[in-house]
Design a protein around this ligand. Structure first.
Ligand code: C2E
Ligand code: MG
Ligand code: MG
Ligand code: MG
Length: 294
């Protein structure tokens, strides 16, 4: 026991552990001000047709441009924001901004199928009594159609089978907003969730896609998910596609949608605009520069 305690004490004062604590504390302390100042940024990563790479929607991914720590990724502050309750105003900000950006990009290409906005929602945020009103407000102020909004929930939200969650889901359904399960397959999922909750999309976690070209078991798992989704009338998005071989295999399996560095990385709003412009079929592309007269 003495040895274990000694180890523990050593870990507490380990420099790496210490600097993590400092970072945590600094981020926690700065969050109030950052929220008040709208000092966060969104990146957008396309969700595309695996077959031909055509964009179907864009996922909003939050970043924190921090004066001392550079561009802080969500993994370093979302959990903190959940603990402190900052996730409520933060999540509302993400919803509003993503809805505004996507609605604008939709208007820029009226002749094409409307792009959808996919927004990550954390468990505490989803359970908050003000959540639904926040969704309605974001739709209203942006003019985005409810059918163009997908909310990405993780399996941890569904694990608590309480009335609040059911009520919120039912209300979202009623509104016409879609629900995706993010990182599908990594949580304590049980297939009964798919029957119990009004789910529309399964986002198959990257860890299932990583070894798909070398591991027949992964192929079988993903194929199984695609088939179950087909039967239940759900869409499937494969996350984290990095190689052409993965894309080809997924297309062959009948997985319709995908996301990953192969197609595009998360981009600034500005970069996303030019990406969308480039991805439009040539006939629909407005000229970038006025045509030169002879
Ligand atoms: P996620 O929703 O599963 O998002 C996918 C993550 O994988 C993103 O990381 C994305 O940049 C990364 N990714 C996408 N394609 C590839 C690929 O081909 N290869 C590799 N290696 N990575 C890829 P990111 O942006 O750091 O976000 C991490 C997580 O933070 C997200 O995972 C999501 O759970 C959470 N998150 C992001 N934005 C928000 C937000 O606005 N609200 C909440 N509650 N959570 C958010
Ligand atoms: Mg996501
Ligand atoms: Mg995901
Ligand atoms: Mg994931």
């Amino acid at each position: 026991a003495a040895k274990a305690a000694g180890k523990k004490r050593w870990r507490l004062f380990h420099p790496e552990f210490h600097s993590k604590l400092v970072a945590r504390h600094e981020l926690q302390a700065g969050m109030d001000t950052a929220i008040a100042d709208h000092a966060f940024a969104l990146r957008y990563q396309p969700i595309v047709e695996v077959r031909d790479g055509a964009p179907a929607g864009l996922e909003a991914l939050i970043r924190w441009p921090h004066a001392r720590r550079g561009m802080v990724p969500p993994d370093q502050f979302i959990a903190l924001a959940e603990e402190s309750g900052h996730i409520m105003p933060l999540g509302a900000w993400v919803l509003e901004h993503a809805a505004l950006d996507i609605a604008r990009w939709q208007r820029a290409r009226p002749q094409r199928a409307p792009l959808y906005a996919s927004v990550n929602v954390s468990a505490r945020q989803f359970r908050d009594p003000g959540f639904l009103e926040g969704v309605r407000r974001a739709l209203r102020s942006s003019g985005l159609a409810p059918g163009s909004l997908v909310l990405e929930l993780t399996e941890t939200v569904l694990m608590r089978r309480d009335a609040q969650i059911r009520t919120t889901m039912a209300a979202l359904k009623e509104l016409g907003v879609s629900i995706a399960i993010d990182d599908f397959g990594t949580g304590f999922s049980s297939l009964s969730y798919l029957r119990e909750f009004p789910i529309d999309v399964l986002k198959v976690d990257k860890s299932f896609i990583d070894n798909i070209t070398t591991d027949p078991q992964q192929v079988a798992l993903v194929e199984g998910i695609v088939r179950i989704a087909d039967v239940l009338g759900l869409q499937v998005v494969a996350e984290g596609i990095e190689h052409e071989e993965q894309r080809a295999l997924l297309a062959e399996m009948g997985c319709r949608y995908g996301q990953g560095y192969l197609f595009a990385r998360p981009m600034t709003a500005h970069q996303a605009e030019s990406y969308l412009h480039r991805s439009a079929p040539a006939g629909e592309r407005p000229p970038l520069r006025p045509a030169v007269r002879p």
